[in-house]
Design a binder for this molecule. Structure first.
Ligand code: ATP
Length: 323
């Protein structure tokens, strides 16, 4: 039996998490779900966006399934990642519709604990200043993770993404550390690009990428770009992994523009649950669900509007579960 902390959060987070549980419930695995609150609604009701009780439930669980947080995202998901010490954010950009988007398949390995996301901002007489933190230890740990991930999954190339020409000390340290770690993996090809160039290459040469390792902010932006390459934010899952905790969430946010309409694509969250199954050592079920999702998208009838269908979030999930 696995104890899963479930934090649906705000907006479509509620809808896509419910849909995902519908699929998980079909597996011959015993899940014990503990629901916990976080996000804008929680802030309105309890006066805090991330209650201590939620942090405790998340820490004690075998894994956490998270939906989305709205305006309070920085105080909820960014803090949760830090509290759980999940130093890596894995964001696979994989085309589930090769006939439409080609065989795009690369992994973004995003550093998850520092960079501008430490939220160290202050007002100054002229405006404001935000501090960007890059440490040798975190750069080493994330580079190690990226190379090990490449090796374990049979990928041949790791690309570091940074802006070391402008941010010479911070991104410079990240780049230097990446190449130091690379020496331990002589069989894996390495290269590095500036983040602005990467934004273009992802569109012009997406098949050249296998594993991208990068700092927190660039990873966040490039993964939304990656989503755009393979059908939108409804398709991209993510895993936050640390030495003791795993938190799984779609890359998309609470999408207030479509919340409450039952039209959100549940695929990103169901695929996040597949990453959770991998983390729990239940990979055979993860692969099976992925196969079924590809099949369902190819059939094209029981899918949400972003995939060309008319099914609701829950209808699509029920169809996937029925298979
Ligand atoms: P955040 O800053 O919290 O990551 P975001 O800026 O990425 O959020 P989202 O809330 O993810 O913004 O929404 C961006 C756009 O993508 C919106 O137009 C939204 O409707 C669309 N979108 C996001 N998730 C889905 C989904 N699961 N299904 C369909 N459309 C989605």
């Amino acid at each position: 039996m696995y104890n899963i902390a479930v934090i649906p959060g705000d907006g479509i987070g509620q809808e896509v998490v419910e849909a995902t549980i519908t699929v998980l419930d079909k597996l011959p695995i015993d899940f014990n779900y503990t629901y916990a609150q976080a996000g804008d609604k929680c802030n309105e009701e309890q006066g805090v966006p991330l209650p201590e009780e939620t942090i405790k439930i998340a820490k004690d669980a075998d894994a956490v399934l998270f939906g989305a947080a709205g305006e309070t995202a920085a105080d909820v998901i960014v803090r949760l990642r830090r509290e759980l010490n999940t130093f890596v954010n894995l964001r696979p950009v994989k085309s589930m519709q090769p006939e439409k988007y080609g065989n795009i398949d690369f992994m973004i390995v995003r550093e998850n604990t520092e960079d501008l996301y430490i939220g160290d901002e202050e007002e100054t007489p002229e405006g404001a200043i935000a501090r960007k933190k890059i440490t040798k230890a975190a750069s080493e740990k994330i580079s190690e993770y990226a190379f090990k991930y490449a090796k374990d999954t049979g990928r041949n190339k790791v690309t570091a993404v940074h802006k070391a020409n402008v941010l010479k000390l911070s991104d410079g340290l990240f780049k230097k550390t990446f190449y130091e770690v690379a020496e331990k993996y002589p069989d894996i090809e390495t290269n590095d690009f500036y983040v602005d160039a990467t934004a273009m290459y992802l569109i012009t040469n997406p098949l050249d990428f296998e594993v991208i390792v990068t700092t927190n902010l660039y990873g966040d932006i490039l993964s939304d770009e990656g989503a755009g390459l393979v059908g939108g934010l409804g398709m991209i899952p993510s895993a936050n992994i640390g030495d003791e905790n795993g938190l799984f969430e779609p890359v998309h946010g609470s999408a207030p523009d479509i919340a409450g309409q039952g039209i959100a694509d549940p695929v990103a969250t169901i695929l996040s649950a597949c990453m959770m199954l991998d983390y729990l050592g239940e990979s055979s079920y993860a692969r099976k669900i992925e196969e079924i999702i590809i099949e369902v998208i190819q059939e094209g009838t029981n899918v949400t509007p972003d995939l060309g269908g008319t099914a609701s979030t829950q209808e699509m999930a029920e169809y996937i579960a029925s298979k």
